[in-house]
Design a protein. Structure first.
Length: 350
């Protein structure tokens, strides 16, 4: 059987999946270490088993600020994948709903750039083959709210700019979003306190203190580079009001975390309401499909919006034998490649 691996190459994380559901994810700050991408991809994929016959990729890392343009970034990523897997066929997903060979993808980087949401939407849309639906995918950095109709994406925007304008892309996520981008002030000891406009803490810290995300002492991709533990999260959050954890008690910090999570939930609810309004002309209520490493936040958003607003609620984490939601875009592009690219592995008749 052919070995097919999907890669989702972001600016902060690398995600890999086989089309059978083996998944891997690791932090990788592309903007700091672009020259390490090839070896990091090779090492990550090697943990999935034998070398792949076909590698299908999608990306968002082309926007990393180590690249002057998105075209430069997309071309670099394609080159690195080819170098990492010289014996495999390489196919790249495009927002035109098809795979491209590397040479064609280099000429069509506007369709290749930031296409991972489209791969996921194309794959999960079949969950609701008739009628309207919405994909609500919350990752570490961004939130995608993609309208679906009759088993296919029904988006208004294709580029990130168009999607920001349409409300289908919201730049808030469960881990990497600076606290000061979520709300300008908190109420502390019955007084409003403006937050420091600094990268002292991120939403990861609020979600750790709220119990939404487990502590991970091995994770140092935090605002201060210290491990993702409750103790460190308390200190990082205290810095947002120019204190440290010795200046505030635990209840103060828990109250701050609760306000951050509530504000982030409101942000996403507001964006979801925009998309729901576009579904009002449909004969039936839309279903909603939840995915991403922040799917716990997506559940909260749906409950806050009102479960009765949706015909069904599907959770990607519960739909397969393994939880594919953490690396959903990589798994989606692997599954799409298994359906569409197997013929490419058959040698031409001589």
């Amino acid at each position: 059987m052919a070995r097919i691996v999907g890669l989702d190459i972001g600016g902060a994380n690398l995600k890999a999946a086989t089309h059978e559901g083996e998944l891997r994810c690791q932090p990788f700050p592309l903007w700091q270490r672009p020259d390490d991408l090839k070896e990091s991809l090779r090492e990550l994929v090697s943990t999935l088993g034998p070398p792949p016959d076909l590698v299908a990729i999608t990306m968002t890392g082309e926007l990393a600020d180590c690249f002057e343009t998105r075209h430069e970034g997309a071309t670099f990523i394609i080159d690195q994948v080819e170098d990492a897997f010289p014996d495999a066929l390489i196919r790249i997903w495009m927002t035109s709903s098809e795979f491209a060979e590397p040479d064609d993808a280099r000429e069509l980087t506007s369709l290749v750039a930031a296409a991972n949401w489209h791969a996921l939407a194309t794959w999960v849309a079949r969950t609701v083959p008739t009628g309207p639906a919405i994909l609500l995918d919350i990752g570490s950095t961004t939130t995608d709210i993609i309208p679906l109709l009759d088993g296919a994406p029904n988006h208004s925007g294709a580029t990130d700019l168009e999607r920001l304008i349409s409300g289908e892309l919201l730049y808030t996520g469960a881990e990497r979003t600076p606290i000061c981008a979520v709300l300008p002030a908190v109420t502390l000891r019955s007084a409003p306190v403006p937050l420091a406009a600094e990268l002292f803490a991120t939403t990861l810290d609020a979600h750790i203190l709220q119990g939404n995300v487990s502590e991970n002492p091995q994770d140092t991709t935090t605002a201060d580079g210290r491990p993702a533990t409750k103790e460190n999260s308390r200190n990082r959050l205290a810095h947002m009001v120019c204190c440290d954890h010795t200046d505030l008690d635990e209840q103060d910090l828990l109250a701050m975390a609760e306000q951050v999570v509530a504000a982030q939930t409101r942000q996403i609810v507001s964006a979801l309401e925009r998309i729901l309004k576009r579904c009002e002309h449909q004969a039936k209520k839309p279903a909603v499909i939840l995915s991403g490493s922040g799917d716990f936040l997506a559940r909260n958003v749906v409950e806050t919006t009102g479960v009765s607003r949706f015909s069904d609620v599907y959770e990607l984490a519960k739909m397969y034998r393994s939880d594919v939601s953490q690396s959903a875009c990589a798994f989606a592009v692997a599954r799409l490649a298994a359906e569409r690219c197997l013929y490419d592995l058959i040698p031409e008749a001589t």
